[in-house]
Design a protein around this ligand. Sequence first.
Ligand code: NAD
Length: 487
Amino acid sequence: MFGIASSPFVKYLIMLKKPLAYDVIVIGAGPAGYACALRCAQLGLKTVCIDNWRDNNNQGRLGGAHLNTGGVASMTLLDSAKMYHQLKHEAKKHGIHAEAITLDMSEMIQRKEKIIADIGHKMSALFQQHKVGYIQAKALLLNNRQVEISEQESQENAVLSAKHIVLATGSKPIKLPYAVLDNDSIIDSKSALNLQVVPKKLAIIGAGVVGLELASIWNRLGSETILLEAQENFLGVLDQQISGEAYRIYQHQGFDLRLGARVVSAKKANKKVTIEYQDQEGIHTLRVDKLIVACGRKPNTAELAAAEANLMLDDNGYVYVDDNCRTNLPGVYAIGDLTLLGPMLAHKGIEEGVFVAEYIAGINHPINYDNLPCVIYTEPEIAWVGQTEQALRAAGEPIRMGCFQLNSTVRALAMDKSEGIVKIIAHAETDKILGVHIIGTQASELIAEAVLAMEFSASSEDLARTIHARPTLSEAVHDAALMLNRS
Ligand code: NAD
């Protein structure tokens, strides 16, 4: 009954004709659902996880969109793109002459697929080791804590029941009616990670997190990359000093960033895509080889619950939950991208998965959403935790700030990666750290120190008096804290 359930197991459930009972049923095996199911099993709860993701060989695969078509897939390709770009444009500076560099997109994509498959296998092994049941099927929430599973091939159904049900079906890219996907020239972020040929001229709708990460890949692989962003304000969620620096760096890297540019139509004609977008000056036309639509994600709730279940959703399809991830239905929880508790981030989902598992087991360790790190995986990376300068000023908080440029950090200079800033904001009276904002190489790693400091309610002086190894990039964090304390 435990381990990976293939079709015969689902057929067995169908034959049983009565609900098989569990302590916990988790629907969805992305970061949130996977972490939840694993923690439930570690806590001694009889747990099954139902997921309908299939790989290219029609086999079940754990990890959800984050592993298979999102964050991990994107980062894997970005690392390849960075290596290609470095060899082509930066190696010479190191005295390395690698003139005959060629690109094999098919091999690059295969490497990505292999890494994803290997991670998926490791996740399956952990499920088996911890005796988490895994059913590869589509699940539908019924009433009375029952779940219907559908067998894809036979279209037959079976019903499971549990004391607790955790919904973790994640999210998917939003589609635009005026830029209809054709899986060839007009594509979404998932297809954009599987292109076999580098587009000569590429446009991306949306200069948000996904759009910028995809631009970082394809620009480095040689595409002329145009980002069309409806908002005038670039990366409005960021600290303005950091978004200003990011804008400058991306433009210098060759991104054609057009702000206040709202796409109104996109059509394929003669193997090209003709895009119309509107800005303050009027309507403009652009012709490109590929168009990627990256304008947000929406929760996967359309086919999650039967009407009889009465699961409460908001107008945008998010599941209504309280602070403990409890839905309006007793014993039914929702975690990860399904809810508006915090942003759509894999690590937020993981924390919620662990939180709900422990909550079910009678342990209550609330999540501190205030100290959630956020990262944009471009090169350089952008990472932040806590509040921005503009939000703190708007709230009338007395603040002091320390900024340090990476071009004064020995390690960054040695690496030739000296673009960027570390900015620390502290309360002017208590000195408690309220926000840390970084743009620079490996910012995703540097931010961990700031998260830990804030989790322990550290002051900027605590950080300034903490010894940092030399030469490391983390010295820039230390130096920003020193700037704050010695100015
Ligand atoms: P987003 O909301 O961050 O950005 C989409 C952008 O598209 C917006 O700025 C919007 O103004 C623009 N847009 C929408 N319609 C447009 C139009 N017609 N013309 C021009 N611009 C238009 O969405 P995203 O980048 O797709 O990311 C989705 C979610 O996934 C976010 O919550 C993000 O945090 C999460 N995510 C996070 C990571 C990470 O942590 N590194 C990676 C991927 C996704």
